[in-house]
Design a protein. Sequence first.
Length: 447
Amino acid sequence: MRRLLCIALFSLCLARLGMAQESPAAPDATAAARVVVVRARVLIDGTSAQPKANQEILIQGDRIIAVYAAGTRPPPVGAKVLELGNATVLPGLIDCHTHIFLQGEVPAAGGYDIQLLKFPASYRVARAGVAARRALEQGFTTIRDVETEAAGYGDVGIKQAIHEGYIPGPRMFVATRSISTTGGYPLEGYAPEIVVPKGAQLIDGPVEARKAAREQLDNGADWIKVYMTHRSWVDEQGALVSQPTLTVEELKAIVDETHGWRKKVACHAYNGIGLQRALDGGCDSIEHGLELTDAQIAQMVKQGTWLVPTLAVYYHDPDPPGTPGGIRDRKRVAVHGVSFQKALRAGVKIAFGTDVGGFPWSEPIAQEFPRMIEFGMTPMQAIQAATSRAAELLGKRGELGAIAPGAYADLIAVAGDPLADVGELKNVAFVMKEGSVFRSTLPSAGN
Ligand SMILES: [Zn+2]
């Protein structure tokens, strides 16, 4: 955006000097003027209830200019035509819950702790760059990355490097360090005498809470992420319990500050007291929401609170059956699906999120789609959760997650029909971000 502004100002200066006609077009100006027509045999536009057949998408620079029935307009002179054959074209996907600075929490590979204790910062940054590229390769053209796990403001730099074109990756909304309380986040379990890094910025009291939010916002946070619950276990009655962290007063200080900056607060919350405080404190999105009561669902509908469920991640690496961790892991999965179904039926706003990074980036991000369908969404609802609905959560309705005039030209294509088999979204064959083709394995997608 800033670059466009510079070009615009530069052009204005040239025009004033009467030089505009003679000066050669700058490379950026050429990109801005580039016209592409994408032919889609089947188009899922991110907002319509049904797919459309035989459409053409007219793109200029980084934006979509028009969408119309194929053959009803001649391509503009000089336009490049991309013929995508029988593929289904969709908006670039959006994952609202990622961690590019986490590389899975596989116990055999050292789990979470090794990443904070033994990985050099430069190594973590390098792998975050690979993770970002992995997201884009899989058709995720936008992510909301919800904290760096002791990698400070590393996400701000990765976002900048992507934005300036130095490395490939999705458009990023970043949460930087995140906030929890003393006793509310790892690393933990070490001798009290040893100072270990913490994966989140820990605060106690509303003053510290507000200060942490201010620091993070000042250093580039697009969102503030708060941990409203921490440890979880199954109690004597067989119920899932999660330890609450921030008080309502602490959370309210963060929400008030963040909303003042016209930004939003994402709250990790499993269930119980912590989840209730998240709602009472005014969180904009509940992350995970493993076990929502009917009253909490009603409160979410009333307040317009989003749910970013991250279903699939809880099926990864459960502890052995019969162990406390194993009992907890199976209970989480059991309550989560039911909770999702109830929220869906009640009309809670649901956006797609995976917690990738919590599981390795080598795995398909799109594994979340079949879980959403297993628990009651139609394939179209699941796709919209990862496109237009996610865009709405990000405050970018109409600009992201839609194939419509005015939206960014973020397009993907899959060879088959994702409405018949949502697993098709694990094999994205064509990715365009802001009008530039990042990858294509479609034989007919050449020039
Ligand atoms: Zn997460």
